[in-house]
Design a protein around this ligand. Structure first.
Ligand SMILES: [Zn+2]
Length: 308
């Protein structure tokens, strides 16, 4: 069995305008790096998410706002979050990638999967697009796993440097989902404090600016991985943002590509014990192209070659 990579050309057509950090160059860099450095990955075209799949976590009003065709070059949903004429299609493919990837690992069509998609998703709440995110891709995937595959324990691990406020808000009253996030303290969207526990299913690990490899790994080993292990996830989803890398221009953490490989290995080990190795990872942030290339390769290599 292979590691599948889901992507779609439409995700490159979502145009955020000149100078925007969440550019199509990001995804192009990830795709090129994976093709160059990891031959043998199983590339698949992401389907569109259906309306019903999106409505499991989003309001109808948000669907209308995102999918209404606009001929304007750019529509600002907020100062950071921009849409272009192809953004609706990109958002459907990004969310659909996660749904297809969940189906693939649940049916045994792939051992694990990485969704090389944009726009990212983890800031989008049920009713609001924000923080470069239109639909919450990983939340749509988790809801699909619960509804379609009757799972009762789905873990979402989010190591993007920003807190996934949208994912937390969507699942904070739903104990079938464990949401765990490490993120830099004091950054957008300024949520994700330790006392935000939802129904006991939310675990936040805010980290100080300047946090490097050793502190990061110790914190995960001491506070996060035991909770994930105790939850015994039937499926593990990852919000894979690489903006905690030291090169990233939007944050001040000091991680290296090896740290993402390490954490991915630890996650795969827990998934191997409890979830039949089923891991679906979705690209979130990461705004330095060189760091993004290195980290995506390190992450997907660790998904493809789990140690156990
Ligand atoms: Zn981020």
């Amino acid at each position: 069995m292979t590691t599948a990579v889901y992507t779609h050309a439409a995700c490159l057509g979502h145009d955020t305008g000149p100078g925007h950090p969440e550019s199509s160059q990001r995804l192009a860099a990830v795709i090129q790096a994976l093709r160059d450095d990891l031959p043998g990955l199983d590339w698949r075209e992401a389907p569109r998410a259906s309306r019903g799949q999106l409505l499991r976590v989003h309001d109808d009003e948000l669907l209308v706002a995102i999918l209404e065709q606009s001929t304007d070059a750019q529509v600002h949903l907020d100062p950071d979050t921009v849409m272009s004429p192809l953004s609706g299609e990109a958002a459907l493919r990004a969310a659909g990638a996660g749904v297809a990837a969940v189906d693939a690992v649940m049916h045994g069509d792939a051992a694990s999967a990485f969704c090389a998609v944009r726009p990212p998703g983890h800031h989008a709440t049920g009713g609001q697009a924000m923080g470069f995110c239109l639909f919450n891709n990983v939340a749509v995937a988790a809801a699909h796993a619960i509804e379609r595959h009757a799972l009762t324990r789905v873990a979402i691990v989010d190591f993007d440097v920003h807190h996934g406020n949208g994912t937390q808000a969507i699942f904070e009253a739903d104990a079938r989902v464990l949401y765990m996030s490490s993120h830099q303290l004091g950054l957008f969207p300024h949520s994700g404090g330790r006392r935000e526990r939802g129904a006991g299913n939310i675990i936040n690990l805010p980290l100080a600016p300047g946090t490097g490899s050793r502190m990061f790994q110790e914190a995960w080993v001491e506070r996060m991985l035991p909770e994930l292990e105790a939850f015994r996830p039937q499926l593990l989803l990852v919000s894979a943002g690489f903006d905690a890398h030291w090169r990233d221009p939007l944050a001040q953490m000091q991680l290296a590509a090896d740290d993402f490989a390490w954490l991915t290995g630890e996650l795969c080990a827990i998934a191997g014990q409890h979830a039949g190795g089923r891991v679906v990872s979705m690209l979130e942030g990461g705004y330095d192209l060189q760091a993004l290339r290195e980290c995506a390769v390190a992450h997907v290599r660790a998904l493809r070659d789990p140690a156990h």
